[in-house]
Design a protein around this ligand. Structure first.
Ligand SMILES: [Zn+2]
Length: 123
C-alpha cells in the first residue's frame, strides 16, 4: 500500500512534492524533499504551496533543492538535517565542544546566516 501523499494545506488536494519540517528549538522551518513517512512536525506541501511558503514572524526558512538528483529522504536524514541546522545556529557551542565527536551527516551543511543548505554532489 502506498497512498498518494497530499498537500497538507486545507482545501488543497494536489500531490505533495516537498516536506516542511519545523525545528521549533531554533525557529527554523526546513523545506526539503518529500519525506518517506510522516513525522509529528512534518507537513507535506504541493509544489505551489511550497513555493509560496512563508514562515511565521521571527522564523527562518531553509530550502533544500528537491530536484538536484536522486535523493532518498528518510527519518534519519531529517533528523540529521535538524541537527545540522541546530548546530549551525550555535557556533559558539560547537567551538566550546572542542574535538567532540560529531553525530551529524557531514554531507549536510547548514548555513543559517545565509539561509541555505548545501549538499555535496554525489561522485
Ligand atoms: Zn497545496
Amino acid at each position: 500500500m502506498s497512498p498518494v501523499r497530499r498537500c497538507s494545506r486545507t482545501a488543497c488536494g494536489r500531490p505533495a512534492v516537498a516536506t516542511l519540517t519545523y525545528v521549533y528549538a531554533d525557529s527554523t522551518a526546513v523545506l526539503g524533499p518529500l519525506a518517506t513517512y510522516a513525522e509529528p512536525h512534518c507537513y507535506d506541501l504541493c509544489s505551489e504551496h511550497s513555493e509560496r511558503l512563508t514562515a511565521p514572524r521571527g522564523w527562518e526558512v531553509v530550502r533544500l533543492a528537491t530536484d538536484s538528483g536522486p535523493v532518498r529522504p528518510s527519518g534519519d536524514d531529517l533528523e540529521a538535517l535538524a541537527n545540522a541546522v541546530r548546530e549551525a545556529a550555535r557556533p559558539q557551542e560547537r567551538a566550546a565542544g572542542g574535538g567532540a565527536a560529531r553525530d551529524i551527516d557531514p554531507m549536510e551543511v547548514a548555513r543559517r546566516g545565509h539561509l541555505r543548505v548545501l549538499r555535496s554532489p554525489e561522485s
